[in-house]
Design a protein around this ligand. Structure first.
Ligand SMILES: Cc1cc2nc3c(=O)[nH]c(=O)nc-3n(C[C@H](O)[C@H](O)[C@H](O)COP(=O)(O)O)c2cc1C
Length: 193
């Protein structure tokens, strides 16, 4: 199982990073081909709307810090992305990456519900962390991004929402998060068997 692990928080050892690490641990030796990217360490721009990926290229032609990230996503079986909620949205680091996911949509994406370019069977674990303890507050953020992930062609999307992520206990993965991660790991390992 080839895994791309992406941290969308500026704090690599925050909740998102700890939860990704815990999930990689649960995946054990199946995750040995995991490569981790810390978005905050990369230099990149959002989509430039050049539309080349809808005309003459199947991939994003921008050459910057996200180029290897997008390539690894295309070549992985499983993609794990964590993003914190900042000011009511995913962090700008994560949003910049998601805008570049536009290159994962084929030219006919408006009319063809199956226009995602990603290879069949790719799985995405999307970890959303937030300070607010109420799950419903950002449920729409999760749902909205999930819709675009589906459009890109991820075969399965496993959301993991962590609420009440306040500074101070980042290294302790909350018990209910561990239960959800165990479910997700089981599903990923089942599909890899
Ligand atoms: C600039 C900033 C803005 C934030 N805005 C929100 C917010 O709008 N809603 C919320 O619930 N939490 C908010 N938070 C809390 C973060 O979501 C929380 O610290 C983060 O999810 C923890 O994940 P991490 O440890 O992986 O960074 C904000 C934190 C920062 C630093």
């Amino acid at each position: 199982m080839k895994i791309t692990n992406i941290i969308g928080s500026p704090k690599p050892h925050g909740y998102g990073g700890s939860i990704e690490k815990a999930l990689l641990g649960l995946l054990g030796h199946h995750g040995t081909k995991a490569r981790t990217f810390e978005l905050n360490e990369l230099t990149y721009r959002g989509c430039q709307a050049c539309l080349t990926c809808k005309t003459t290229s199947d991939v994003c032609i921008a050459q910057d810090g996200l180029t290897p990230v997008l390539k690894e996503i295309r070549e992985s079986d499983v993609v794990i992305i964590s993003a914190p909620i900042f000011m009511g949205e995913v962090s700008s680091q994560a949003k910049g990456l998601f805008d570049r996911f536009y290159s994962f949509l084929g030219p006919d994406f408006r009319t063809n519900p199956k226009s995602g370019r990603l290879a069949p069977g790719k799985k995405l674990v999307f970890i959303l962390t937030q300070g607010n303890p109420d799950e419903q507050t950002y449920a729409a953020v999760l749902a909205r991004h999930r819709r675009t992930f589906d459009m890109c062609g991820f075969a399965e999307v496993y959301p993991v929402q962590i609420c009440g992520a306040r500074p101070g206990s980042e290294t302790q993965v909350p018990g209910r998060a561990m239960a959800r991660l165990a479910e997700v790991a089981k599903a990923l390992l089942r599909s890899a068997a």
